[in-house]
Design a protein around this ligand. Structure first.
Ligand code: MN
Length: 251
C-alpha cells in the first residue's frame, strides 16, 4: 500500500487541503500532517526557541504547531514513523511563481520532504478568492500517480501551478527571474502614523517564453522541476583559479 503525506502552508483547516485529500484518496493511504495555523510566506523557517507540539485531528490527520518545515520534519521523523512514498504540499491558495518561491511555505514543505529523499510536489492554484479547487486537485492526483510511477531524483521537487480557470494546456517550465516587483503601500493608522502593506506588481507581458509566469499567463499549467542545491557550478573552477590562487599568494 502506497503511503502519501499531504501537507501545506495554509493550515490544516484550509479548503485546498480538504479538496486535495478527497482527490488523492484512491492513490493509497493518505496521512495529513499540516501546520495548525496559516504559515504562508514563512519560507523554510524552523522553530528553535520554543517547544513543538502536535494534536490529532482525526484518523491519520495531525496538526503541528509550527512552520511548514517543522511540520514535515515532525511528520517524517516523529509522527508517521516511516518515509512516505510521496509528499504533496497544497493546494495553496495563490500562485508560487518565479522568485516568489523563495518566500513560499508551500514550496518549503516540498523542499523539506525532498531533503528526506521523498518525491515531492508543491501544488498551487493561481487565485486568491472564490477558488474552485477541484480542477487543481484532480490534476494533482493524476500527476501524483505519474510521479509515483516514474519517481524523482533525490533533492528535486516539482513546483506546480494551475491557472484558474485552466484551459487544458500543460507546460514544463523554468523558474522566471525577477518578474514581480515588491512595493510597499503606505497608509495612515487612526493616529496619523504611517504603516505599510507589502504588495506586488506583476508585469506579465515581460514574462520570458518557457517560464512559469508565461505558462500561467497563457492559461496553462506550469510544472517546474526545482532543486535545492544552490551551488553555482559554473563558478567553481573560475573561483578556484582566481580567488583561491590570489588569496594564497598574498597571505
Ligand atoms: Mn499559503
Amino acid at each position: 500500500m502506497l503511503r502519501i503525506l499531504l501537507t501545506n502552508d495554509d493550515g490544516i483547516d484550509a479548503q485546498g487541503l480538504h479538496v486535495l485529500e478527497a482527490a488523492v484518496a484512491g492513490l493509497g493511504e493518505i496521512h495529513v500532517v499540516a501546520p495548525l495555523t496559516e504559515q504562508s510566506g514563512t519560507s523554510r523557517a524552523i522553530t528553535l526557541r520554543r517547544p513543538l507540539r502536535y494534536e490529532t485531528r482525526g484518523v491519520r490527520r495531525y496538526a503541528v504547531e509550527g512552520t511548514p518545515a517543522d511540520t514535515v520534519m515532525m511528520a517524517i521523523s516523529q509522527i508517521l514513523g516511516f518515509q512516505p512514498d510521496l509528499a504533496i504540499s497544497g493546494i495553496n491558495s495563490g500562485p508560487n511563481l518565479g522568485e516568489n518561491i523563495y518566500y513560499s511555505g508551500t514550496v518549503a514543505a516540498a523542499a523539506e520532504a525532498a531533503k528526506y529523499g521523498v518525491p515531492a510536489i508543491a501544488l498551487s492554484v493561481n487565485a486568491r478568492s472564490d477558488i474552485d479547487y477541484l480542477a487543481t486537485a484532480e490534476f494533482g492526483a493524476r500527476l501524483a500517480a505519474k510521479v509515483i510511477e516514474d519517481g524523482l531524483p533525490a533533492g528535486v521537487a516539482l513546483n506546480v501551478n494551475v491557472p484558474h480557470p485552466w484551459d487544458g494546456g500543460i507546460e514544463i517550465t523554468r523558474q522566471s527571474r525577477r518578474i514581480s516587483r515588491s512595493v510597499m503601500i503606505e497608509t495612515a493608522d487612526p493616529h496619523g502614523r504611517p504603516y505599510y502593506w507589502m504588495h506586488e506588481e506583476v508585469p506579465l507581458a515581460d514574462a520570458e517564453p518557457g517560464t512559469d509566469y508565461a505558462a500561467i499567463r497563457d492559461g496553462h499549467i506550469s510544472i517546474t522541476p526545482i532543486r535545492f542545491d544552490h551551488t553555482e557550478e559554473a563558478l567553481l573552477e573560475p573561483l578556484k583559479r582566481s580567488v583561491v590562487a590570489s588569496l594564497l599568494q598574498t597571505r
